[in-house]
Design a protein around this ligand. Sequence first.
Ligand code: HEC
Length: 444
Amino acid sequence: MRLLILVAALALGGCFYDNTSPLPADFGSCAAPEPEGVAPAAPTYWRDLKPIVDAHCAGCHIQGGVAPFPLTTYRELYEYRSKSAAMVETRAMPPWQPAACCGHYRGDRSLTADQVATFVAWYDAGALEGDPADATPSEPPVPEALPRVDVEVRMAQAFTPEPRVGKDELRCFLLPQTFATATYITGTNVIPSNHSIAHHAVLFAVPADKIAELKARDGADGRPGWDCYSSTDELDARGAVGGWQPGDGPQLLPDGVGVEVKAGSQLVLNMHYDTGAGTGSDQTTVQLMTSPSVARVSRGVAIMNPLWFAGDGMEIRADDPDATVFFAYDPTPLFSKGQPFTVERVMLHMHELGTIGRLAVLHPDGTSDCLLNITDWNFHWMTTYTLAAPVAIQPGDKLYLECHWDNTAGNQKTVDGNRQAPRTIGWGADEEMCAAVVSYSEAL
Ligand code: HEC
């Protein structure tokens, strides 16, 4: 991928931190500790719980939503009251990974301390229904979805990945969708049909002159699509128009911003299947929101140390409880012709052993801006975050990435019901990764 080679060249001017993070000790910490939550006296479902559950749970816990059961009525919530209160108290639900006091993001699902206290007090006091006449008015819950779907397209056939020793299957599929005219993608929703094997997906718009070559490869080995494990060169990283990770729902770009798709392009879906995690076939659906024109076009900046995937410098030793890597570089000479730019969205990628992930802008005077601080990494809830207040990067600033892993016996993947033994690993689709992408936009 051209982008990666460019990043590799740039890394020579990047900064490598062996063991001490250059982040200030108070990075991401709150100015003042969050006050204890306060619950109303004798909370009831109708008066106190329903508004919280409708707004923070039912987008997923609804018929047709991604969660396994609905939480849209008193009866439904009552049935799951004990687990729900426990998950709310530990902040495992609603799923929201960024730690407090780093940045603010659009679509923040997290609950306030008062909401958590209310949920727990309601459960402790017997999970009472109360009187519907006391109901606090709230918007009826709707499943998380794009506001509008302009393109909906599905893999032409279901695909059953084949387990290979120690390797996942990465497979590319031409989707039956070409764009006759230049188009801008303003929202994406990638919906795998089999979450047990779908590990992640990248959606590409491949330009017209490359399609014949891909068509020749499609199905040539007797199975739908083609092997993408080692040959993704034709899918230039800059052609990525969207993707999916286990925590993703619908992804909306900031207002007025779109990802450019050239006339004649066709969609290609690169699916990464984890054959150790599940079985069966998958037939992923892609929904897009598009626009013929936008005010600003989105650009992506990759952050990772090229030496990590060149097979050096990212050793995660067996039994290490806190293997850590850092990387920082000034992205402006390569990505923005030396001009300042403003980070709008951030995404950080590790696999199952990850524990802490941090993304920041380091200024030459030693201060920093927090872009993302995840202190309790959960691979299944990885997603792209849109900053409520975009963060400016000036030439001379550095984008900083930090990843931690727990490679002890207690934190290993379970494959076919067996907990794996820790092994020393590095960068790999079925090992670990530490990578981030920040997105900004440019006026057209
Ligand atoms: C973004 C989607 C989403 C939101 C929002 C969400 N959930 Fe969930 N929830 C899920 C999914 C998916 C699962 C099943 C997978 C899992 O356990 O991670 C789940 C599982 C659960 C479980 C079962 C856990 C278990 O171990 O069996 C409970 C209880 C739960 N959610 C309660 C809630 C409550 C209460 C809220 C709101 C305060 C909420 N959820 C918000 C998606 C969501």
